[in-house]
Structures are given as C-alpha cells and as structure tokens.
Design a binder for this molecule. Structure first.
Ligand code: HPA
Ligand code: ZN
Length: 318
C-alpha cells in the first residue's frame, strides 16, 4: 500500500488557482531587486519570512503588491513563471491555469507587452516539457470598472494567449456585480470566466459571481457553506471550487487547518479542488497543501484521488 504522501506525489493533477506573482520567492525578490536597482524594506530572506504573518487578506495584499515591484523586464517575468512551472511539474502537476494581475504591473509603468512576452516564453518552455499552461487575466476589484474595461481593451491584441478572465484583490466592499459589464464583454470575446468569491466576502458575493458575472468556477468559495441553497446550486450545477488550504490558514479564513472545510465540501458533493494560491507567501506549493490539509482533516487515499480527479475535470482543458 502506498502511503498518503506517495499518493499525493504520484497523482497527476491540475493547478487552477495560482497567482504567478504569488510564486515570487524571497530569494528571487532579492536577486531581481539587485538586478533592477530596486530598494526593498528587508535586508535578509529571514526578515522577509518574518514579515509574512497576516491577519487578513488586505495585510497579505499590501506585501504582495510591494513584492512584485521588483518585476521590471521580460526576463524577470520569464524567470518568475519558469521557476513556478518547474516547481509545479515536480509536484506532478500536468496542467496549469495561471492567474496574473496586469494592472499591478501596468499601473507602475511596466508595458503589458513586457509581461505577456516573458510569461509566454516560460509557458512555451513548460509545454515542451509536457505540462500544458493557460493564462487567466485577473481584474483588480479594488480598482474601478472603467480601469477593468481599459485593461480588457489593452489585452485584446493578446486575445489568443488568454484562456479567460478572473477577479481578485480586496473582496469586501467590491462585490462581483461591480464588474458585470466587463465580464459580459470578456464573454463576448470568447473568454472563460472565473472569480474569487466567498474568501472573506459573504455568500451573497458567490451568488453574484454566478448570476451577474456568469462564472464557471468559484475561486475559494469557503463562505458558500454558510448558505444551504447556495451549496445546492453549486452541487447541482457542478460549479468547481478552487480551494487553497494554506492560504486559508495564513489569511485566517480558517482558524486552524483542522477546521478546514475541504472534507465537508467533498461530503456535500461539491467539486472541490486543492491549490496553492500564492505559494511563496503561504508556505507551500500544491503538494504541500495536499499534505498538510490531508493530515489535518484526515483525508483518505480516495479523497486525494477525488480531489485530483476534480482538478482535471474542473479545468478548461479539453
Ligand atoms: N484573494 C484575493 N486576491 C488575491 C489573492 C487571494 O487569495 N491572491 C492574490 N491576489
Ligand atoms: Zn487567489
């Protein structure tokens, strides 16, 4: 009988909730800061790691946007994505649908072309190694609808490099309905639709993501469990949830990994998946998320296989 860790390691899986900027490891942050002449508020890698202690989503986002300020050149974006994709392949990830936040780069003067070309080169390398990768452009929900429209328009020349659009950043106070017209325009371009909802925001935001944006997956979705009718909707329509256990722990969406709802989601018949979200900030890539949550809530071999199978079924790959 293989051990649970062997099953986790050897099972092919898709990663559907990974922000490429959230895979920026402190070591690379220092290298790029030096290369680009950017000053950092930290002197050592240890100091960075000590700073990564969060009470909520916003405290994380503040450091996440600050960290990515070291990314300037096409080579930087290539290095970032290439390192993540190699790391994912080592965890037996066979397919990735990767988020990126263009506004967090163009807003500080990096041309969209620079990041698109760097990411694209890393994606091509990954495909040559046998791991398929698609890109999902996320709108920053703390910015305006107009800025989201401008971002979509700027991305149109890259339409063929995009799988879909998503919605991330500060959730509470920025309901999905704020972006319903932008998502309608994205759908008209043939893009697939996902959105973060129910991480800190209430079940109502998950309803809105489904009914006003028309999303095909919910990123996180933890707070959907507070609403029985919503659980029935997600189950009956087989809307996948891209769940991120270590992120949930580090951002205090759950108090303790032992209280993580992943097992309950499976028992409710939901199409739950396990993902890393921002692995450089939350202490683990996808298999580490599987290992820690499996131990905390006592997942079985069958549960692991179900979660991995769900990730392949929930992907937009054919
Ligand atoms: N939630 C919202 N925005 C984000 C996240 C997240 O977990 N990670 C990166 N941007
Ligand atoms: Zn996320």
């Amino acid at each position: 009988m293989p051990t649970l860790n062997e099953v986790i390691r050897s099972t092919p899986k898709a990663e559907l909730h990974i922000h490429v900027e959230g895979s920026l490891e402190p070591g690379m942050m220092f290298d790029l800061a030096r290369r680009n002449g950017v000053s950092l508020p930290y002197r050592t890698v240890d100091e960075v790691r000590r700073a990564y202690s969060f009470n909520n989503l916003q405290e994380f986002l503040d450091l996440y946007y600050e960290g990515m300020n070291v990314l300037r050149t096409e080579e930087d974006y290539f290095a970032l994505a290439d390192a993540y994709l190699r790391r994912a392949a080592a965890d037996n990830v066979v397919h990735v649908e990767m988020f990126f936040d263009p506004q967090a780069h163009t807003g500080r003067g990096v041309p969209l072309r620079t990041l698109m070309d760097g990411l694209d080169r890393a994606i091509a390398r990954s495909r040559e190694r046998g791991v398929s990768v698609s890109l999902i452009l996320c709108f920053l929900r703390h910015l305006s609808e107009r800025e989201a429209f401008e971002t979509l328009e700027a991305a149109e020349p890259y339409r063929d490099r995009l799988l879909g659009v998503g919605l991330d950043s500060s959730e509470v106070g920025h309901p999905p309905s704020k972006f319903s017209r932008v998502f309608e325009a994205a759908r008209d371009l043939g893009l697939r639709l996902v959105a973060h909802a129910g991480e800190e925001g209430p079940p109502e935001y998950v309803w809105e993501a489904l009914d006003t944006l028309g999303v095909e997956r919910i990123d996180h979705g933890n707070r959907a469990l507070e609403d029985e009718a919503l659980v029935a909707r997600l189950r009956d329509d087989r809307i996948p949830l891209t769940v991120c256990p270590l992120s949930n722990l580090e951002l205090r969406v759950v108090e303790d990994l032992k209280a993580h709802p992943i097992k309950r989601m499976l028992d409710l018949g939901l199409v739950a998946t396990v993902n890393s979200d921002d692995p450089a900030y939350f202490g683990g890539y996808i298999n580490e998320n599987f290992r820690q949550v499996a131990e905390a809530v006592d997942l079985s071999t069958e549960d692991i296989e179900t979660l991995a199978r769900n990730s392949l079924a929930a992907s937009f790959a054919t």
